[in-house]
Design a protein around this ligand. Structure first.
Ligand code: PHB
Length: 565
């Protein structure tokens, strides 16, 4: 009996795709009706469900994708064998070559980026994790197409005959397409002969790239490792001569490391059993999944009633659970156990994910496919820390009716990177970029308290504290005690030490490794109430907001570099 597909899951995926291709992931519900062909009432229920899961946020009429959605793409990336070590190696190679370095996987007849260590100079486009390119217009395509069968070549010919690639490949820079489609077959033949592939301005004038294959134990091309530059720095041939020896060496290393991941998806491979050699590789656990607060579908169902599409939530839980797949994949029993779903329910979800191109199976084992990255990953991986923090700051400021800010340490100063202002309590106007001495502010104290002792010492010596108001703590021994207390209590205060009449309470924001990377504060008029009352009133909201920012940061930064400022 043919298996039935889970309609709400299909619809939820369609809505996520529509949001992902919209400019900056923003749409109104009405636009979604047009983009998906779904009824307005269906769109509303799908959106309410996605909002409850935490993948969509509304601001006025606009719908946005949230960084939390990146946990879906992360599931594919974890299963593909990418680890923190692989990302760190590509970043080191980029440093060494002083050029961008990326890894891409085959995805159908496309090329999808899975890591990107950018040294991008202003003059060219920058591709991000999740971006998809047509194989005829990039270096990796010539390496991947070598494994194509007749079916894939036929599909590719049909696609290029149908016209320009821009629509299917939104990552391509706008502008006129090259007059002739590059001869992919000739490029494949050349790459086969030489063992590497060249992109000499196939995407846009000036952009050049050299790619080599990363092969798994069975000799299959698992990734393409590329170095990318610009004609203002190298001719294409000179780039190849400069980077090929190092690229080849690194590809060899990465090939050994990549053995445990599930492969990419090249066309018809979807339902084909994989060779046994992969299973022999030891399982290389990717970075641990960040501990996200558990989503409780039962509670959501009770809260939203019939507006909550439980089968959509369940389908997405199954997709996330595929992130634990390694090697050939996971059996149904493991996926049912991981999600707490009955086997029949999990199987229907997997069937739907396979039909829509997000999962593959060999009859017994299931694994996620790179197409998952089309669900908003590329757009979201461009978010900076400030953009990621901003909605949380706004929510906090609205909740407590006070200004909320996020700062980072910049030398001996704190520097504002995001701010949600309500009433103005400071005589100076604070904008993003404003700096204050760290020692005299609650945020600076939280940031200094998070440093190793020698580093803290060095910074306090570099800018010896001076009195900015009659209340500023300037005595080194007393300041050391203040910072020790901030470290022990995980928050700091400053009471009229930067400016008369102003007090501030701050908490740290940590990366997934536990390092303090930013500080979050609420500032308010000093008034007459004791400081301890202000602090106790504000700390719970501050901590909840810091936790929400951390959840987004850890998800966004798991396989991707999030710029802090
Ligand atoms: C990139 O990593 O941005 C890249 C790689 C290969 C290309 C073009 C761009 O051919």
């Amino acid at each position: 009996m043919p298996e039935e597909s889970v309609r709400p899951l299909e619809r939820g995926l369609a809505v996520l795709r529509a949001l992902a291709v919209a400019e900056q992931g923003q749409l109104r519900a009405g636009d979604l009706v047009r983009a998906t062909g779904l009824a307005r009432s269906t769109v509303d229920r799908v959106v309410a469900t996605l909002a409850r899961i935490g993948y969509v946020r509304t601001r006025g009429q606009q719908l946005h994708l949230t960084p939390r959605l990146m946990e879906l793409g992360n599931a594919y990336l974890a299963a593909s064998g990418l680890t923190g070590e692989v990302a760190a190696r590509t970043a080191r190679l980029a440093d060494e070559l002083d050029e961008s370095v990326s890894l891409a996987v085959p995805d159908g007849d496309g090329v999808r980026f899975v890591t990107q260590a950018a040294r991008r100079r202003a003059m060219s486009v920058a591709f991000r994790i999740g971006d998809l390119l047509p194989p005829e217009r990039c270096a990796p395509g010539a390496l991947f197409a070598d494994a194509w069968g007749e079916e894939e070549w036929a599909a590719w010919h049909a696609r290029v005959a149908a016209g320009p690639a821009e629509e299917a490949f939104p990552a391509l820079p706008p502008g006129p397409a090259p007059s002739a489609v590059p001869d992919l077959a000739a490029r494949v033949a050349r790459a086969k002969e030489t063992g590497w592939a060249l992109d000499d301005q196939l995407i846009e004038p000036g952009l050049i790239a050299v790619a080599v294959p990363v092969r798994d134990g069975a000799g299959r091309v698992r990734y393409a490792l590329s170095a990318v530059s610009h004609t203002s720095r190298y001719t294409a041939e000179a780039l190849a001569a400069a980077v090929l020896p190092r690229l080849r060496m690194e590809a060899e290393r990465l090939g050994g490391m990549a053995g445990a991941g599930t492969p990419g998806a090249s066309g018809a491979e979807h339902a084909v059993a994989l060779g046994a050699s992969e299973a022999e590789h030891p399982v290389d656990l990717a970075d641990p999944e960040p501990a996200l607060p558990a989503f409780d579908p039962q509670a959501a169902k009770e809260e939203l009633g019939p507006g909550f599409l439980q089968s959509l939530a369940r389908g997405l839980a199954v997709l996330r659970a595929l992130g634990e797949a390694r090697g050939d994949g996971l059996p149904l029993t493991a996926l049912a156990a991981a999600t707490g779903l009955p086997r029949a329910t999990a199987r229907r979800c997997l069937h739907t994910l396979a039909l829509t191109g997000y999962a593959a199976h060999d009859g017994r084992l299931f694994r996620p496919l790179p197409r998952i990255l089309e669900l908003g990953h590329a757009a979201l991986s461009r978010l900076t820390f400030a953009e990621l923090a901003e909605p949380h700051l706004r929510a906090l400021a609205d909740r407590v009716h006070q200004s909320a800010s996020v700062t980072v340490l910049d030398g001996t100063d704190i520097r504002y990177v995001a701010r949600a202002a309500t009433v103005r309590v400071m005589s100076v106007h604070i904008t993003v970029g404003t700096r204050f001495p760290a020692y005299a502010t609650a945020m600076g104290r939280v940031l200094l308290a998070g440093l190793p002792p020698e580093e803290r010492e060095r910074l306090l010596k570099a800018a010896p504290p001076r009195a900015l108001t009659p209340h500023t703590v300037t005595d080194p021994a007393e300041l050391a005690r203040v910072l020790d207390r901030a470290a022990a209590e995980d928050h700091a205060t400053a009471d009229q030490e930067l400016e008369d009449g102003l007090r501030s309470v701050a908490v740290p924001v940590r990366d997934a490794a536990g390092q303090v990377v930013a500080a979050l504060n609420i500032a308010q008029h000093a008034g007459t109430a004791p400081l301890s009352g202000t602090r106790d009133a504000l700390l719970p909201a501050l901590r909840a907001t810091a936790a929400a920012i951390e959840t987004d940061l850890h998800t966004a930064a798991r396989f991707n570099e999030v710029r802090m400022s």
